[in-house]
Design a protein around this ligand. Structure first.
Ligand SMILES: [Zn+2]
Length: 153
């Protein structure tokens, strides 16, 4: 087993885990439509349904964290009908602590933005869906999960 096949296997495992995302490694420095630079050796991920810039990272673990956070943004956008600007206050999975401020997510800033932007029914729907993922990933008790995801609304 050489480095290349180990690396490729790790990419494919990440693709399988993420579902819907393709994971690549840039062999030479390149750019995406002249908008996003992808340095040689960096990894990038794009979702097959989204015509938006790829997520770029120096290593697969960082890429994984960024894509998992992006999936949360996408779930919220799906309920809201458009993206909600959370300014980097997204959960780092599997802990579901905020990448922006370190608080349990949704943190104060995220709650404020979500409540201000979304219609109540859609907000409840989005939070209830995310609560299911967070409960299993972060091993939250049912009471803790309810308080954190829907109890504040
Ligand atoms: Zn935060």
């Amino acid at each position: 087993m050489n480095d290349f096949s180990d690396d490729l296997r790790a990419q494919l495992e990440l693709e399988a885990e993420l579902g819907g995302w393709q994971v690549y490694r840039a062999t030479v420095s390149t750019s995406w439509l002249d908008r996003v630079d992808i340095p040689a050796g960096h990894y990038y991920a794009s979702h097959w349904l989204l015509s938006e810039p790829p997520i770029v990272a120096a290593d697969l673990e960082t890429l994984r964290t960024a894509v998992l956070a992006r999936q949360v943004e996408m779930a919220i956008a799906e309920h809201h009908g458009a993206p909600v600007e959370l300014d980097g206050h997204l959960p780092r999975r599997p802990t579901w602590n905020c990448m922006g401020c370190g608080s349990p997510w949704p943190c104060e800033l995220a709650r404020g933005q979500l409540a201000q932007t979304m219609m109540l029914g859609r907000l409840v729907g989005a939070m209830a869906a995310l609560q299911v993922d967070a409960s299993s990933e972060a091993c939250l008790s049912p009471a803790e999960a309810c308080d954190r995801f829907t109890g504040w609304i």
